[in-house]
Design a protein around this ligand. Structure first.
Ligand code: FMN
Ligand code: SF4
Length: 445
């Protein structure tokens, strides 16, 4: 069953479902009038373990970038003791080209809060921190307002609250991020919430066992949490009827997905579509086609850290298999940026490298030095001052930094390396046309 009706955007008239002029923040009363918080009531009538099983069986995969199975993550928590247990809600959304969580906050914050309440009940978590991007000042006000409303109506707060239907009590706080990309990395986020510099932590221990303030912590993305309520309300069959199976023998990509499309299309924006939709269909049927009728040249798969799709990959299916099938890192945030025929891919690579060099937190030498030198080399090539040796050096640097080669603490370096490697590999001609050949002296002796 394809996504014919919006699921996460049920109350948001997004294109093609409504006029953007009709959009407004859905407050508590309107949310309840349109069926909101019924999923929480349903969850509270179930045993917490049954809610965890339901989410596990739905095979909901994380929407924050890695696609990790949500229910499985929840089972990593140890048995409760007398101490605190936390939920850290990741709304940092600092990945360039990614702007889909913002839509949920801008228009339907209670959908996320309901997901938070259900998750805390299911996993026995008593405190939630809503971590929001530093630049999202307007959205921070919306979130704080919605949290206040949720307290007033007994969703959060003292024992006996949760609409008076449970002994369980959850406190929910908003925490404004410091405004750096690395603060969205899950352990960088935990450090920030603890009031420290957003430096990622070495794992293990994993946050489910030792997270915030050394206590068990679940970390989920805003869109993942927004999906929890609808799954509880409408059931597994409904959820697994959307999206697609894996075509390479991996786990499925069920459910709808928010895809934020930017770049050279006629109607950039956030669209709620089935996972597995071909990129060409997303661009042509939803985004009004390529801007100015130009040819598709390539696309960032889903946030710059995922790398790029080449000219022959316009029909790539946007699901969690995309990495294995199309030589990119993965689906990431599923927010593609589209490039037309006139795009200078050397400039694209240099611009992305600049971002990573600026955002590296500097703890790991391969990342700190690697991203800086990658940016310097690409700038040199863009100016026409590079040599063919620089290209090989770039690929060597890129291939030697990241969690995958085992040289760094977090995934930022992998993102930098995949972005640069895939652009050079898929658009090598453009780079070669910009570099000078290395002259080898002839016939000495
Ligand atoms: C450098 C870096 C930045 C990240 N930024 C975000 C972010 O802004 N939002 C997010 O949800 N996940 C981000 N992630 C992924 C998180 O570490 C984590 O996997 C995610 O929040 C888990 O939620 P999920 O399982 O619901 O997807 C980032 C990862 C890295 C390596
Ligand atoms: S990989 Fe880069 S961003 Fe991540 S911890 Fe190491 S230096 Fe910091």
């Amino acid at each position: 069953m394809p996504v014919t009706e919006p699921v996460l955007c049920k109350r948001i008239p997004t294109p093609p479902w409504g006029d953007p002029k009709d959009r407004h923040v859905v407050g508590y009363d309107e949310y309840v009038k349109t069926g909101g918080y019924q999923a929480l009531e349903k969850a509270l009538a179930m045993k917490p373990a049954a809610v965890v099983d339901l989410i596990k069986d739905s095979q909901l995969r994380g929407r924050g970038g890695a696609g990790f199975p949500c229910g499985l993550k929840w089972t990593f928590l140890p048995e409760p003791d007398d101490g605190r247990r936390y939920l850290a809600v990741n709304c940092d959304e600092a990945e360039p080209c990614t702007f889909k969580d913002r839509l949920l906050i801008d228009f339907d914050p209670h959908l996320v809060l309901e997901g938070i309440a259900i998750t805390c009940y299911a996993c026995g978590l008593d405190t939630a921190y809503f971590f929001i991007r530093g630049e999202y000042r307007k959205q921070a006000k919306i979130v704080q307002n919605a949290i206040d409303e949720a307290y007033q109506h007994g969703i959060f707060g003292n024992k006996g609250s949760m609409k008076g239907k449970s002994d369980f009590a959850v406190e929910c706080y908003m925490h404004l991020s410091a405004g750096a990309y690395i603060c969205g990395e899950e352990t960088g986020m935990l450090e920030c919430i603890e009031g420290k510099r957003g430096w990622p932590r070495i794992k293990p221990p994993f946050p489910a066992v030792k997270g915030l303030f050394g206590r068990p912590t679940i970390i989920n993305n805003v869109e993942t949490l927004a999906a929890v309520g609808p799954i509880v309300e409408y059931g597994i069959e409904w959820w697994t009827g959307m999206g697609c199976e894996s075509s390479v023998g991996g786990p499925p990509s069920y459910g709808p997905k928010l895809m934020g499309v930017s770049g050279h299309v006629n109607k950039p924006g956030v669209y709620e579509v089935d996972l597995g939709i071909p990129l060409s269909k997303l661009v042509n049927d939803y985004c009004g086609g390529m801007r100015g009728g130009k040819q598709f040249k390539g696309a960032i798969a889903g946030g710059v850290s995922m790398g790029v799709l080449g000219p022959d990959q316009f029909d790539a299916e946007m699901d969690f298999d995309i990495g294995r099938k199309y030589q990119v890192l993965g689906l990431g945030t599923a927010c593609p940026t589209i490039f037309d025929q006139d795009t200078d891919m050397v400039a694209v690579a240099r611009n992305i490298a600049r971002f990573f060099a600026h955002e590296s937190c500097g703890q790991c030498t391969p990342c700190r030095e690697g991203t800086t030198w990658t940016y310097k080399l690409l700038s040199r090539i863009e100016r026409g001052e590079g040599t063919s040796k620089d290209l090989d050096l770039l690929l060597e640097i890129a291939g030697s930094m990241g969690i995958m080669p085992g040289t760094t603490i977090c995934g930022l370096a992998d993102g930098a390396n995949w972005a640069v490697r895939t652009i050079i590999n898929k658009f090598r001609d453009e780079f070669e046309a910009r570099v000078k050949p290395v002259l080898v002296p002839l016939g000495v002796g």
